[in-house]
Ligand binder design. Structure first.
Ligand SMILES: *Cc1c(COP(=O)(O)O)cnc(C)c1O
Length: 484
């Protein structure tokens, strides 16, 4: 669709408000829809429009309040205390911090662990291979090492014994997920936390995706193993409110077993002649919008609302899993404890990345996940409050996409191409050259401005993780430079 040219530089005189808002709306037409349940990743929809409308009004109400200084803006302390009170009540207590997302919560948990018990040499974190990359990112930013431990390749749960054996004198933190994002399974938190406690090491539970789902499933009568701060040995826990809390993005909490550990997440600096700096988060100046919106969303939904939303999402997941069992060649990986379902193919003719592209052409987004350490390539579904109403349509889309993908056959990536990419020295190539290289192997933007992802995913899937990372960085840079 041709759109009016966007000025690349600041206009000399300001443009009219109506024109600017219309341009935002026009730009968004190329985006995936954020409501309606046809995008089964990234977005969390209650299916109740009034909740999301309230959240955007609350966000705007708090937009210009600066979270930098809680003494200047006491409203943020009052709101944060209420939000944390609601979360600690359901997740085994503790002292918390409201953050901008799971990654920031994890960054603070890792920093607190590093600083709470300093060790000789480079501190190290022991994680299962299924752990979220936010831990790799935190270790990278904070000068620490990751020790990645294989999981059981049938259940995809962390192996508590193997994690216990992986700890060394440099280990400052051990991590379990409740559940892990890729397969939706809960790690053996009790065993991992006990092993950590015995070794005198802190233990973090990554409940970013499950923290505001699992308590409600349990209260609705489902069996949920212990996973929160009530488990002996668990010393911190992250829970994203912008996932199953259904708050707009920019909302998560990190809970610490006690206030002394929380203090190690804080940062103060008096090393300059300016205003006093005391931050509870990575961000310093920040909008209070997400806090106001998360608070309003939680108070408007309430406990019964969350129980209903959680039950609905889990029922949708169960219906999806039953439906997948009826589609030849497809199977669910592991047994999800939460409404996160990974679907893989056992049939070489049936390529899951082609399924994802076929689904996209039918108006659905299924999230591709690459093969890694015993987990085969798959498509991931995050079911939310809105999913149950549309689960039959979802299954129909999956069925039709699988048929079309079988007819189309798998994407073949010539071995010479992956060999060439794996050994290519990218140092001498600038972003434009890199984009040209992508085009020459058939990777580019299709008619709808969407890259043909099956080819991209097939190539990445055939490469080792370090090469995948290098190519992804090059792709992002070329994308923002406007070359792809
Ligand atoms: C989403 C997620 C994260 C990271 O959260 P962001 O909000 O995207 O920064 C970490 N861990 C798990 C298990 C997640 O699902």
């Amino acid at each position: 669709m041709p759109s009016e040219p966007t000025p690349r530089v600041l206009p000399e005189s300001g443009r009219p408000a109506g024109e600017l808002l219309a341009e935002l709306a026009r730009l968004k037409t190329a985006d995936l829809p954020v409501r309606g349940g046809q995008v089964t990743a990234y977005v969390y929809d209650t299916g109740r429009a009034e909740i999301h409308d309230l959240a955007s009004r609350a966000y705007l109400e708090m937009l210009e309040v600066n979270g930098l200084d809680p003494t200047a803006f006491p409203s943020i302390v009052a709101l944060e205390r209420q939000v944390l009170g609601a979360v600690t009540e359901r997740l085994g207590g503790g002292s918390g911090i409201f953050t901008s997302g799971g990654t920031e919560s994890i960054m603070l948990a890792v920093k607190a662990a590093r600083d709470a018990r300093p060790i000789e040499g480079r501190p190290q974190i022991v994680v299962p291979v299924t752990v979220h990359p936010a831990f790799h990112k935190a270790a990278h930013y904070l000068g620490m090492d990751i020790v990645s431990v294989p999981v059981d390749t049938t259940t995809y749960r962390a192996d508590a014994k193997a994690m216990a054996s992986a700890m060394t004198s440099r280990t400052v933190l051990v991590v379990a997920s409740a559940p892990s994002y890729p397969h939706g399974v809960i790690d053996p938190v009790t065993d991992i936390a006990a092993a950590a406690a015995e070794a005198g090491v802190l233990c973090h539970v990554d409940a970013c995706v499950g923290g505001w789902m699992l308590p409600w499933l349990r209260e609705s009568g489902r069996a949920v193993p212990p996973f929160d701060l009530s488990v002996p040995g668990v010393t911190s826990l992250s829970c994203d409110l912008h996932k199953y809390g259904y708050a707009p993005k920019g909302a998560s909490v990190i809970l610490f077993r006690d206030e002394s550990l929380r203090r190690h997440a804080y940062f103060a600096s008096a090393e300059w002649p300016g205003y006093t700096v005391i931050n509870s988060t990575v961000q310093s100046s920040k909008t209070a919008g997400p806090l106001g919106a998360a608070w309003a969303t939680m108070m408007a939904i309430g406990a019964q609302g969350y129980r209903d939303l959680a039950s609905g999402a889990m029922q949708a997941a169960e219906r999806l899993m039953a439906g997948v069992a009826d589609i030849p060649g497809l199977r669910v990986l592991g047994t999800p404890d939460a409404p996160l379902v990974a679907v893989a193919s056992d049939d070489p003719q049936l390529d899951v990345f082609v399924i994802a592209d076929e689904a996209r052409a039918r108006g659905w987004f299924f999230q591709p996940q690459l093969s890694y350490e015993g987990s085969p390539a798959n498509v991931h579904f995050t079911l939310t409050g809105v999913s149950l109403a549309g689960v039959e349509a979802l299954l129909q889309a999956l069925n039709e996409s699988a048929k079309a993908a079988r007819d189309a056959g798998p994407t073949e990536v010539p071995a010479e191409l992956t060999d060439a990419l794996a050994t290519l020295d990218l140092e001498d190539l600038d972003d434009e050259g890199f984009a040209g290289l992508l085009g020459s192997v058939g990777v580019g933007l299709g008619d709808g401005g969407q890259p043909e992802m099956a080819v991209v995913n097939a190539i990445l899937n055939a490469l080792p993780p370090s090469t995948r990372e290098e190519l992804l960085v090059r792709f992002l840079s070329a994308l923002y430079s406007g070359h792809v």
